[in-house]
Structures are given as structure tokens and as C-alpha cells.
Write a protein that binds this ligand. Structure first.
Ligand code: PMP
Length: 356
């Protein structure tokens, strides 16, 4: 008998790489290409380092209050964590404890099956349609819980509120988690459904639309009962998940709504322009409502384009996985960054197509 027999073995999630190169174009992890709100920078410069001696507020009260005010819910309906990955992992641990499998799409955020394996939660995937839509009827089978992102990742496809509600309504006996990491780029949030469904948990993040991936701030909104159970688990795990700087800088980001709206509008405008230009280059993709495109080319394999881009210090995301091995997930950067990407692709494809 070896001690290794008692190790909890897992195959970890693989995050997109974080290269540190001076002139690279980083379009691989769906970060915001613009800085956080100006008030965040100001507050960061004035940070009181003496406050770091003390433990932070374990309830992240100011941030919870700021979010409650912004989303017009009670503070007791909000739970904050260290990025939405932390919130999601806590939610998996808290709510998915059935013998029945939890359900999620076959092409989706690749952390879900990792958490399910980590916590030994049985799961079953439901195939998206050919054009990457969820089939709501798939979620009308016995299950121990449901989770899906809306818009979905890595496809960018948004499901309408009727589909989302149909899935929640069919699953009143389990918790349904809607991961809205990318909802601020033109999607319609499930927030209005909270009044009707106490089994709905909506998860969002500051990492994309609020330009604060480095601060690790995520949150979820649900019924007071759901949030109460989540807090019980969190406080049985680690009371002080969120550090002090994240808490105060997060509040500042929520307060500057004008900047938030301006930034997301700019990203949406760039996305729509890039869609047109990518189509002209022979790419096709589902109609993304997120801050990325999920593109394949009609002549050149995705993996090849991925490698060529990488050599040019343009980073996008590629997975060699069933159904998606001919797709590149390309984050929407600044107009200037996207112009460089498009210029590279235009040149690369013209050489490639000539050779072929
Ligand atoms: N959900 C989805 C669908 C995502 O793509 C991501 C980003 N990797 C996350 C959640 C987690 O983001 P974060 O932990 O930075 O909030």
C-alpha cells in the first residue's frame, strides 16, 4: 500500500497561456483590452498599505452592497468570490450533491467537467445543435443540477430568455446555474427571472467587461436561501477568500457605470466590424454576443493558423478536442490590435491559398 493510493487525483483545467512579451497581441483569454475605470487606478495609487496588516472583511460588505445597489437586489442575494471560477467551484460543491448526473452542453466552458471530477459529481453532457444552440428539451431528463454559460463559451452563442426560462422551469427540483461571464457584451441577463425562481443562480465576473481579470473578482446573484447555503460552505472552507485591495477596487469599478458602458460599447462595435472583415477573409463563425469569435476557415485548418499566429506573437486560443478542432477562439482586442490580426491573416491566407 502506497500513500499515493489515497491521493485525490485530478486532471487539472488548462488555462490559456499568459506570455509576457513586449509587442505581443494577446487575444487568447478574453480579457478586456482597455484599462479598468479611472477611479480604480486612482484608488490603487492611494492604497493604504497599513490596512494590509489586518484580515479583510470576510463578508466583502462594501462590494456586496455596491453590487446589490447596481443590480437592484438585496445584499443577502449576493455572494462574492475570487473570480467567478471561485464562485462556480463553491456553487458546484454546495449545490451539486445528487447521485443523478448534472447536465451541461458538450461544447462549453472546460472547467465544468474538471470541478465535477474534483468533487466526484456525476455529469452528462448534452450535444449542442450543428449551429451550436442548446436544445432545451435535453434538459428535461432526470438530473442533479444544470449549468450552462450564456452566452456560451467558447462559441459566443446567446440563448434567448425564453430558452433559459424553459430550462429553469423544467428543473425546479435542482439548482440551475447560468454562467453569465460574457453577458455584458450585448446579451440579455436572466436577472429578471430571479423573482420567479428561487433555484436560479446567476454568476458574473469583473474579469471581462469590467477589465479586472488581475484582481480576481466574481459574484453570483440568487435567492437569499441559495446565497445562505453558499456562505455556509464558503465559511467552512476559507473565511477570507477575497483580499482587501480587490474589495475596495471592485467597488470603484461598479460605481463608474458610464465608463463600463463606454468600454463594452467599444468592444461590441469592434466585434461587429471584425465579423464583417473575417467573413471577407473566408472565415465563418456563429454570431457571437460575447467578446470573442469562434472562427473556422473554409480552406486552412485552425491549428495551422493558430501556430502561424503564435509565431507572429499573436495569441489566440485553440483546442484539439472533438467538434471544435477546426475552430479558433479569438478575443476582441482594441481596433488597432484587430487591424494587425486582420492584416496578418490576409497576408498569411493569400500566400497559403496561392500555394494550395
Ligand atoms: N465562466 C466562463 C464561461 C469563462 O469563460 C470564464 C473565463 N475563463 C470564467 C467563468 C471564469 O472567469 P473568472 O474566474 O476570471 O471570473
Amino acid at each position: 500500500m502506497s500513500w499515493e493510493e489515497n491521493v485525490r487525483r485530478v486532471v487539472p483545467y488548462v488555462a490559456g497561456e499568459q506570455p509576457k512579451k513586449a509587442n505581443m497581441i494577446k487575444l487568447n483569454t478574453n480579457e478586456c483590452p482597455y484599462p479598468p475605470a479611472p477611479g480604480v487606478e486612482k484608488l490603487a495609487a492611494e492604497l493604504d498599505c497599513d490596512a494590509l496588516r489586518l484580515y479583510p472583511d470576510s463578508n466583502t460588505t462594501p462590494l456586496v452592497n455596491a453590487l446589490a445597489e447596481y443590480y437592484h437586489v438585496k445584499p443577502s442575494q449576493i455572494f462574492v468570490g475570487v473570480g467567478s471560477d471561485d464562485v462556480l467551484s463553491m456553487a458546484f460543491m454546495t449545490f451539486f450533491n445528487s447521485e443523478k448526473p448534472i447536465l451541461f452542453p458538450d461544447v462549453t466552458y472546460s472547467f465544468y467537467d474538471v470541478w465535477a471530477d474534483l468533487y466526484r459529481i456525476p455529469y452528462k453532457t448534452c450535444a449542442l445543435t450543428e449551429d451550436w444552440q442548446i436544445r432545451p428539451e435535453d434538459y428535461e431528463q432526470p438530473n442533479g443540477g444544470v449549468i450552462f454559460p450564456n452566452p456560451n463559451a467558447p462559441t459566443g452563442v446567446l440563448e434567448n430568455l425564453e430558452t433559459v426560462e424553459r430550462i429553469i422551469a423544467a428543473n425546479r427540483d435542482v439548482v440551475v446555474i447560468v454562467d453569465e461571464a460574457y453577458i455584458d457584451f450585448g446579451g440579455v441577463s436572466a436577472l429578471p427571472l430571479l423573482e420567479k425562481y428561487d433555484n436560479l443562480l446567476i454568476v458574473q465576473t469583473f474579469s471581462k467587461s469590467r477589465a479586472m481579470a488581475g484582481m480576481r473578482i466574481g459574484f453570483c446573484i440568487g435567492s437569499e436561501k441559495l446565497i445562505g447555503y453558499l456562505n455556509d460552505v464558503k465559511f467552512s472552507f476559507n473565511s477570507y477568500t477575497m483580499n482587501y485591495p480587490s474589495q475596495i477596487l471592485g467597488v470603484e469599478a461598479v460605481r463608474d457605470d458610464a465608463y463600463f458602458k463606454k468600454t463594452t460599447a467599444k468592444i461590441i462595435a469592434t466585434r461587429e466590424r471584425v465579423k464583417k472583415e473575417m467573413r471577407e477573409l473566408g472565415f465563418s463563425f456563429p454570431d457571437s454576443k460575447a467578446n470573442f469569435l469562434f472562427a473556422s476557415h473554409d480552406k486552412v485548418p485552425a491549428e495551422q493558423i493558430f501556430r502561424a499566429l503564435r509565431e507572429a506573437d499573436i495569441y489566440v486560443r485553440y483546442w484539439n478536442k472533438p467538434r471544435i478542432q477546426n475552430c479558433l477562439r479569438i478575443t476582441i482586442g482594441t481596433d488597432e490590435e484587430m487591424d494587425k490580426l486582420l492584416a496578418f491573416l490576409k497576408n498569411y491566407l493569400s500566400v497559403y491559398v496561392k500555394k494550395a
